[in-house]
Write a protein that binds this ligand. Structure first.
Ligand code: KDG
Length: 296
């Protein structure tokens, strides 16, 4: 049974082969995109037993996605295949400053996940469960799944890692803010972007966000190219600057960061080591249009 369980929707990601706008690009490649499976992929690469729990459609794209994730060493045995809904797809319209994403995911197989998806799950070796705010934006039944995960993890003393991941393409900041705040308060490890915190909760200040969470969580506030700060109860804040990198495309960097951080948390490294590992993996994700770029 896995050491880390990552739960959430993944989609087939369609991206131009050469950096060019979607309207003009001539050649496209298919990859796997999805915040939580990306975290699982990076964790597996770092030698952790990582599992991904999700749902895909009973269709070629779903099978393709499952095979791609499994090929890189992630346990996909908790992924259900459903015949009554399709695998989601999204397109990236890439740019160095910002990437537009276009979703074709409404009613997807993963959006129909619910608390039932935990039935029969083996928690015996699980040391961390990682989820994100994307799942909360998918459907009411997916919010039910998140509640069930927090409850099941709480019963077993398994810490919950929560990446806020507000996706404006799914729901507005006004709608998402209270839901995401509540999930962050109940988590043990929280990742949030500075701009994201500002947009949702009206403050970009790490200490102010920590106060807002009002709980003994380990909070990581990420400030893009500048760096990241960890604030934990009873400890001084720790800031580690990001690497200077040539940015090709930013989507996926947050997931890579979370994986590096969680990997070092599992290994018992200190705050600076955790943040450094986050930056190391994020730098790789920033250098490509993929979410997960296998190590070469
Ligand atoms: O964190 C990267 C994700 O945003 C991307 O892979 C797409 O999962 C995705 C989403 O829901 O936006």
């Amino acid at each position: 049974s896995p050491e880390v369980l990552c739960v959430g929707e993944s989609m087939i990601l369609v991206t131009p082969v050469e950096p060019a706008p979607l309207e003009l690009a001539e050649q496209f490649a298919l990859h796997v995109g999805g915040a939580e499976s990306t975290v699982a992929l990076y964790l597996a690469e770092r030698g952790h037993r990582a599992a991904w729990l999700s749902q895909v459609g009973d269709d070629p794209l779903g099978r393709r996605m499952l095979a791609a994730v499994a090929r890189h060493g992630v346990d996909t045995s908790a992924v259900r295949v459903r015949a009554d809904a399709p695998t989601g797809v999204y397109f990236k319209d890439p740019g160095p400053q910002s990437t537009q994403v276009h979703y074709y995911r409404a009613g997807s197989a993963a959006s129909r996940m619910s608390a039932d998806n935990l039935d029969g799950l083996d928690w015996s070796a699980t040391r961390i469960v990682h989820v994100s705010g994307i799942t909360a934006g998918l459907s009411a039944s997916c919010r039910g799944l998140l509640d069930a995960i927090y409850a099941a993890a709480g019963e077993r003393g398994v810490p919950v890692s929560f990446d806020v991941n507000h996706r404006p393409g799914l729901w507005s900041a006004a709608e998402a803010a209270p839901v995401l705040l509540e999930l962050a308060r109940r988590a043990d490890v929280v990742f949030v972007g500075r701009d994201e915190a500002e947009r949702l909760w009206g403050t970009a200040d790490a200490a102010a966000v920590a106060t807002l969470l009002d709980a003994p969580v380990r909070l990581v506030v990420k400030d893009g190219a500048v760096g990241a700060t960890e604030i934990a109860a009873g400890a001084e804040p720790v800031f580690v600057p990001a690497h200077a990198v040539e940015v090709v495309e930013v989507v996926g960097a947050g997931d890579a960061f979370a994986a590096g951080y969680l990997s070092e948390l599992l290994r018992g490294s200190d705050a600076a080591g955790r943040l450094r590992a986050g930056h190391d993996l994020a730098a790789r994700a920033l250098s490509s249009t993929h979410d997960y770029l296998p190590e070469t």
